[in-house]
Design a protein around this ligand. Structure first.
Ligand SMILES: [Mg+2]
Length: 274
């Protein structure tokens, strides 16, 4: 017996030409589904390593991916190696480090053009901030790095200023992306939107309607990308610029939606209303 999910809050679409949000949350086998991870599939934890993957979630993701003919990708700020630790042998397409690294549905891997390793001087300077701001957790990922301050929220403004100064001094084409108690440093050339566009140019994603579910500032590029392609942007939780079609309340809601999709029809034309 599948429990019906709550109706999501309807949010007016921003900007001209956006789709009306009246059919969007119905699962459709013709979607290409892009899912952020932290705050979207998983509840945010006090530290990146402290997140919990509900035991049934990987199986639900695999079944949903099968319904979509493989057109499901995780699109995360985490490195693909970290996603593999969270979801061993998931077998889905992935974009890691905000789209810097890509893995196709067939398992082919590569880096996005412009996704070059961070300059060692930047890495060293950012790592040094954990001494100046105790409780700040620095997460080097290769092409990107994160400074988490959830344990010490008061450090936020000073940390932002220090990171901005490091980037300015480096003269490298890098940008600072604020998130939920985290600042990310990433090459200007990479974004979740660009990763989604790249997936949409190839099978099994091409010619499907892109749907992206995300919860944070770095997901806004993904929302804009799916809007440009006539797709659907779903925001999890509060905040954001309003540039989405739907808002749903929590990662638990997303997991429930996936559970229903995983356990319901397999017809190519099943609109399986949730
Ligand atoms: Mg997130």
């Amino acid at each position: 017996m599948v429990r019906p999910l709550p109706e999501p809050e309807r949010v007016p679409a921003a900007g001209a030409g956006r789709k009306k949000p009246d059919t969007v949350v119905a699962f459709d086998d013709r979607m290409a589904l892009f899912l952020d991870v932290d705050g979207t599939l998983l509840d945010i934890a006090i530290a990146p390593d402290a997140v919990v993957v509900p035991p049934e979630l990987p199986g639900h993701l695999r079944r949903v991916a099968t319904r979509l003919g493989g057109a499901l990708a995780l699109v995360s700020g985490r490195a693909i190696a970290a996603l593999d630790r969270l979801f061993p042998a998931l077998g889905c397409a992935m974009a890691g480090q905000h789209g810097a690294e890509m893995r196709s549905a067939e398992g082919c891997e590569g880096f996005m053009t412009g996704a070059i390793a961070l300059p060692p001087a930047v890495v060293a300077a950012v790592e040094g901030l954990s001494k100046r701001y105790p409780g700040v957790v620095i997460e080097p990922k290769g092409v990107t790095m994160a400074a988490h301050f959830r344990l010490e929220p008061d450090h936020g403004p000073a940390l932002a200023a220090a990171l901005a100064a490091i980037l300015e001094e480096s003269h490298a084409p890098l940008e600072l992306i604020p998130g939920k108690f985290v600042f990310e440093i990433a090459p200007k050339a990479v974004s979740k939107g660009r990763a989604i566009e790249h997936f949409m140019r190839q099978p099994p994603f091409a010619f499907r309607r892109p749907v992206f579910i995300g919860d944070d500032v770095t997901d806004e590029d993904g929302f804009a990308a799916v809007a440009r392609m006539g797709g659907l942007a779903i925001r999890v939780g509060e905040g954001g610029t309003g540039n989405y079609d739907h808002r749903v309340e929590s990662a638990a809601w997303v997991r429930g939606w996936l559970r229903v999709a995983a356990n319901s029809g397999v017809s190519a034309h099943d609109h399986g209303s949730v």
